[in-house]
Write a protein that binds this ligand. Structure first.
Ligand SMILES: NC(=O)c1ccc[n+]([C@@H]2O[C@H](COP(=O)([O-])OP(=O)(O)OC[C@H]3O[C@@H](n4cnc5c(N)ncnc54)[C@H](OP(=O)(O)O)[C@@H]3O)[C@@H](O)[C@H]2O)c1
Length: 120
C-alpha cells in the first residue's frame, strides 16, 4: 500500500465490481524510512497509498456505482506542513509525521468527495 507500482498493478488486475474501498493501512515508523520508490514511508503509506488507490480505482468505482470510499483518518489529525510533506527539511518526528498524514487524509476525503460527487 506504499508503492505506486504495486497499487497500479492491483488496479489493472481488478476484474469485478468494487462497492467499497476502505483505505485503512497506516504506519508510524520511529525513524525516517523511505520506500523503494524513494518516498518517506509514512507519507507514502498513510497518504499517497490512499490517493493512488482512489485514483487507480476511480473508473472501477464509477462502474460499480453506487460505491463508496472510506479513508480512515484520526481525531489527532493536524499540523500539516505542506512545504515539507516528507520531512526533508525538518528533523523527523513520527508523531508529527503521523498527525500531518491524517490531516492530509481528511483533505483528500474532502477533495475526492467533491470530485466524485457527480457519480454518487
Ligand atoms: N489505533 C488508534 O488509536 C487509531 C486512532 C485513530 C485512527 N486510527 C487509524 O486507524 C487505521 C488502522 O489503525 P490500527 O490502529 O488498526 O493500526 P495497526 O493495528 O497498526 O494496523 C495497521 C494495518 O496497516 C497495515 N499496513 C501498514 N503499512 C502497510 C503497507 N505499507 N502496506 C500494506 N499494509 C500496511 C498493517 O499491516 P501489517 O500488520 O502487515 O503490518 C496493519 O494491518 C489507521 O489508518 C490509523 O491511522 C487508529
Amino acid at each position: 500500500m506504499s508503492r505506486y507500482q504495486d497499487i497500479k498493478d492491483l488496479a489493472k488486475r481488478w476484474k469485478v465490481p468494487l462497492d467499497v474501498l476502505i483505505n485503512n493501512a497506516a504506519c508510524t515508523p520511529r525513524t525516517r524510512q523511505e520506500t523503494p520508490e524513494g518516498i518517506e514511508l509514512q507519507f507514502a503509506t498513510n497518504v499517497l497509498g490512499y490517493y493512488w488507490l482512489i485514483d487507480g480505482f476511480t473508473e472501477i468505482l464509477k462502474a460499480s456505482a453506487p460505491a463508496r470510499v472510506i479513508n480512515v483518518a484520526s481525531y489527532w489529525a493536524g499540523g500539516l506542513d505542506i512545504s515539507d510533506l516528507e520531512f526533508k527539511r525538518r528533523s523527523y518526528d513520527n508523531g508529527k509525521a503521523y498527525r500531518q498524514s491524517k490531516q492530509a487524509n481528511r483533505m483528500l476525503s474532502a477533495a475526492f468527495a467533491e470530485k466524485l460527487k457527480p457519480f454518487q
